[in-house]
Each structure stands twice: as structure tokens, then as C-alpha cells.
Design a protein around this ligand. Structure first.
Ligand SMILES: Nc1ncnc2c1ncn2[C@@H]1O[C@H](COP(=O)(O)OP(=O)(O)OP(=O)(O)O)[C@@H](O)[C@H]1O
Length: 400
């Protein structure tokens, strides 16, 4: 995406700042203004004297990009406009200084929300994570309508929650595995990833969520008994969502918090549930609109086709990714004692109900020679423009 020609300053429509202006804005890059540090430099909170606008000033390492290369990046970034991408406000290329000025995401980074959540806040639930993943993928699709960047680090699949639909988990892992292939040609197009994630992030809102192990067989049709099963949950995700909205963390039930803390016992519970293949529906599922359920099932099947033998088969199948994913830089691994050495670890482990304990995917691809890729990698983290964005769980995560 970077322009392969000499960039004329006049081509760049975004604002040019002097170093002095940005030093003033950040109070001389004071430590108190430091928002965070990435692989390419530090990011400071600043206030532009000219407009009073509060911004994020990213000071790139000096030994980074050459002037023209940097201006090419700026040109590219300045043309990217998407609700899920952080806007570039301006840049500074004074001397050997390389700074980017972005709109400030005051709600904190995605990493904060996934990993550094205050103890009193519930972990984001599965559906929030799926929406965030989908929103992030859409932002990335807009910024690079090509193969998935291998170092994509925006998969919010770091689990500290135990409530997730097993089948969706398998599918997310399958998609993630596809995105982690060493060869870029083996990785899916971002547009395909977006399509796949859309199945997981949209219709799942309406999927039955309360399925409990049954003492007795009930009247479910074969589809329901064939492994579409959603794991047993103590409370509905609707409740979870309501709690998120309220910010009311006092409503956590003891059993939920221990659930979250005790991954092992959760795995055992899960195995019991899925192993029996003997589900019953909760009253909420029973009362669910038939057409909603059938449409959700249809989409679930389409997604399954994508990740196994349908459209996604051009990238391989779920089970074929076990070994290769482990040999690449995938941090999204499933941990389960009984299957540590299993060749088909991904599908096998997840189908036994193990807990996904992935972290945002490695950024080890940073050394790529392509400056364009570096920018995308650098910009692959996400922040929320406000806590409300997150609470709304609209998936409107912004990639920087
Ligand atoms: N626009 C922004 N608004 C608010 N905070 C930001 C913004 N951009 C970056 N930050 C903060 O600065 C940190 C570093 O961001 P940066 O984009 O440099 O790196 P990163 O994306 O976190 O990591 P990497 O360089 O490995 O991709 C972020 O984690 C975030 O906390």
C-alpha cells in the first residue's frame, strides 16, 4: 500500500507539524504523558496548542524509516478512513524526527481490556470478543485488502472467561490458524476472514446459549444433538452483557467467578457436558423464534464449510493446521494435558473442551523488510475511543 515513488509533501493532505509543536503538545515528551510503548516507539498523550485537540503522538525510533519511506507511510495512512481505524491527524518529519499524530483513543487499548482489566470488572464475554474480532478484521480489511498479515495481533482470543460456545471456539481457532501460515499465499484474504468472522459475530447473538446436560433426552432434532452444542453456562450471556452495560460487577455470582478463576475445573465440566452429547434446552432456547434458530444454524454450517471443506478449504482444513500451527509463531494454543503431543492438537483439544489460553498473536514478523507491513503490524493493536464503545460491544474497535 505504500507509495513506490518519491512522495511530495504537497501530496500529503494530512497536517504537518514541527517537532517543537509536538514537544509542546506533549510537555516535552514527559513521562506522565506516556500512553504506552510499542515495537516502533513511544506514544504520548498531547494537546495541540493550535486547536486544543487531545491527541496521541507516536514518536518512532530514530533509526526507523528514511524520510521518503516515512512520508510514503504517512501518505498511505492519511488516505485510510474507516470507522474501525484510528485516524491520522498529522505527522512530523523534521530532521531525523519521525512522529505520527493520531486521534486519541481514551478508552484504553484492546490489550488493556483483555489483559489488564481491573479485578472488579468481569472479563469480556465471548460475544463481545467476537464482535471486537470482527470489527478489527473489518478495519484491517479496509487497510489491506490482501492476505491476512501473519502478525495480526488483534485476535481477542485471550481467554479468562470460561463461557464460550465450543463449536465457535473451534472455528475461531481454525480461522486463526489459517492466518498464521508462514507463507503469505497460504493465508486467507482479509475479506474471507471478515466473512467467516461475520458468521460468528452476528448470528451468534441469537443463538441458543443456555444448554445444560440433561438427565433425560428431550425433543431436540438431530441437529441439536450432533455437536452444535453450546457449553453449559451458569448464566446467559445476555445477563453477562447486561452486567457489562451496567458496569455492575457486584452482581457476579460466586460460581461464575470461581468458574473464571478455575480453568481446570471448567475443562472437566465442559468435557462432561460435551462428552455426553445429551443436551437439553433451557427455557429461553425453547421459547426462541424457530426461524432465528434455523438461520443461526444455517450460518453456523456455512462457517463450518468455510473452515473445513468449503470456501476455506483452499487454505486447508481445521485438523490439518494442528502441526503446522505449532511450528509457526502461534500463541493461540490450546492447552490440555491429555493432548499436548497430539498431532491434531487444535481440533482434538478443543473438542475435548479444553481451555483456550491464547494471547494476542506474536508480533515476531516485525523484522519484515516491507515498510508497509511494518506499518500494518505497528498499527494492528486496537484501542477504544471510549469505554462506551466497549460497553456497547458494537465491535467498533479501532485499529491504529
Ligand atoms: N491513538 C492512541 N490512543 C491512545 N493510546 C494509544 C494510541 N496509540 C497507541 N496508544 C497506546 O500506546 C501503546 C503503544 O502503541 P503502538 O501503536 O506504538 O504499539 P502497539 O500497537 O501496542 O504494539 P506494536 O508496536 O507491537 O504493534 C498502545 O498499546 C496503547 O496503549
Amino acid at each position: 500500500m505504500v507509495e513506490n515513488r518519491d512522495v511530495e509533501i504537497g501530496d500529503i493532505e494530512t497536517q504537518s507539524f514541527t517537532f517543537r509543536e509536538l514537544a509542546t503538545a506533549t510537555r516535552n515528551f514527559r513521562q506522565e504523558c506516556l500512553l504506552g510503548e510499542g515495537g516502533f516507539g513511544r506514544v504520548y498523550r498531547g494537546t495541540l496548542a493550535s486547536t486544543g485537540q487531545v491527541v496521541a503522538v507516536k514518536q518512532l525510533d530514530r533509526n526507523g524509516l528514511q524520510r521518503n519511506e516515512f512520508l510514503g507511510e504517512v501518505l498511505t495512512l492519511s488516505r485510510l478512513h474507516h470507522p474501525n481505524l484510528v485516524n491520522l491527524i498529522g505527522y512530523c518529519a523534521d530532521g531525523d524526527q519521525r512522529l505520527l499524530v493520531h486521534e486519541l483513543m481514551s478508552g484504553g487499548s484492546l490489550e488493556d481490556h483483555l489483559l489488564d482489566r481491573p479485578a472488579e470488572r468481569k472479563p469480556l464475554n465471548w460475544f463481545a470478543r467476537m464482535k471486537i474480532t470482527f470489527g478489527t478484521a473489518k478495519g484491517l480489511e479496509h487497510s489491506r485488502n490482501s492476505r491476512t498479515p501473519k502478525s495480526i495481533q488483534t485476535w481477542p482470543i485471550h481467554f479468562s472467561t470460561s463461557n464460550f460456545p465450543e463449536k465457535d471456539l473451534n472455528q475461531v481457532v481454525a480461522i486463526a490458524a489459517m492466518c498464521l501460515q508462514e507463507e503469505s499465499s497460504a493465508r486467507p484474504l482479509m475479506s474471507d476472514v471478515v466473512t467467516a468472522l461475520s458468521f460468528l459475530s452476528t448470528d451468534n447473538d441469537h443463538m441458543p446459549q443456555l444448554i445444560q446436560p440433561s438427565e433425560e433426552k428431550d425433543g431436540l432434532d438431530e441437529d441439536d444433538k450432533s455437536g452444535d452444542g453450546y457449553r453449559s453456562e451458569e448464566s446467559s450471556d445476555d445477563e453477562d452483557r447486561a452486567n457489562e452495560h451496567d458496569g455492575d460487577t457486584s452482581d457476579h455470582r460466586d460460581d461464575e467467578s470461581s468458574d473464571n478463576e478455575d480453568g481446570d475445573s471448567d475443562c472437566r465440566d465442559h468435557q462432561t457436558v460435551t462428552g455426553s452429547k445429551n443436551f437439553t434446552t433451557s427455557s429461553s432456547m425453547k421459547s426462541m423464534d424457530e426461524s432465528t434458530v434455523s438461520s443461526a444454524r444455517k450460518n453456523s454450517r456455512r462457517l463450518e464449510e468455510f473452515t473445513s471443506n468449503g470456501r476455506g478449504s483452499q487454505y486447508g482444513s481445521v485438523s490439518s493446521y494442528g502441526a503446522s500451527s505449532r511450528s509457526s509463531h502461534c500463541n493461540a494454543s490450546l492447552h490440555h494435558e491429555s493432548s499436548k503431543n497430539s498431532k491434531n492438537s487444535w481440533s482434538h483439544k478443543s473438542s475435548t473442551g479444553s481451555k483456550l489460553e491464547g494471547s494476542p498473536v506474536s508480533t515476531s514478523g516485525k523484522s519484515s523488510s516491507s515498510s508497509s507491513r511494518r506499518t500494518r503490524e505497528r498499527n494492528a493493536s486496537s484501542s477504544f475511543s471510549s469505554s462506551q464503545d466497549l460497553e456497547d460491544e458494537t465491535g467498533s474497535v479501532k485499529s491504529q
